[in-house]
Design a protein around this ligand. Structure first.
Ligand code: 5GP
Ligand code: ZN
Length: 123
């Protein structure tokens, strides 16, 4: 599709997924890279990104359903591994900021997973 490119040379998250910018990795497979947010809102705060450059949720359609399903299905295991408490007492927040009014700052699709004991810095 025209809005998705394998790699955008100017994109910071493409560079993180390619290992060109260092990050604290949480998970990697052929489709997904996950890493700790540099400015965490809470004791646990990591991001999952597709390795392919998709600017935001606004570019997602049915053809990305398997990729999005894969990303979301990784979260329960990774969240526990990273220190989120088990459901229902524990848990976490899953956030996908989309566009300027949605608070999106980095224009490479990313899923925030935010959790751990409260109080949090934000949220
Ligand atoms: P957004 O507001 O676009 O949903 O969130 C972007 C997130 O990426 C922010 O929480 C920000 O702290 C994080 N971030 C931005 N640049 C970097 C970086 O170079 N490394 C890491 N690990 N996180 C980053
Ligand atoms: Zn990118």
């Amino acid at each position: 599709m025209s809005t998705a490119h394998a790699h955008d040379p100017n994109c910071i998250f493409c560079k993180i997924a390619a290992g060109q910018i260092p990050s604290k990795k949480v998970h990697e497979d052929d489709q997904v890279f996950a890493f700790h947010d540099i400015n965490p809102w809470a004791p646990v705060h990591f991001l999952l990104i597709p390795k392919t450059h998709i600017p935001s949720m606004a570019q997602v359609g049915p053809e990305q359903a398997p990729l999005l399903g894969h990303i979301l299905s990784l979260i329960p295991k990774l969240a526990l591994e990273q220190g989120c408490g088990p459901y229902p007492e524990g848990g976490y927040r899953i956030v996908i900021n989309t566009g300027a009014q949605g608070g999106q700052e980095v224009h490479h699709l990313h899923v925030h997973v935010i959790g751990g004991p409260r109080p949090w810095k934000h949220g």
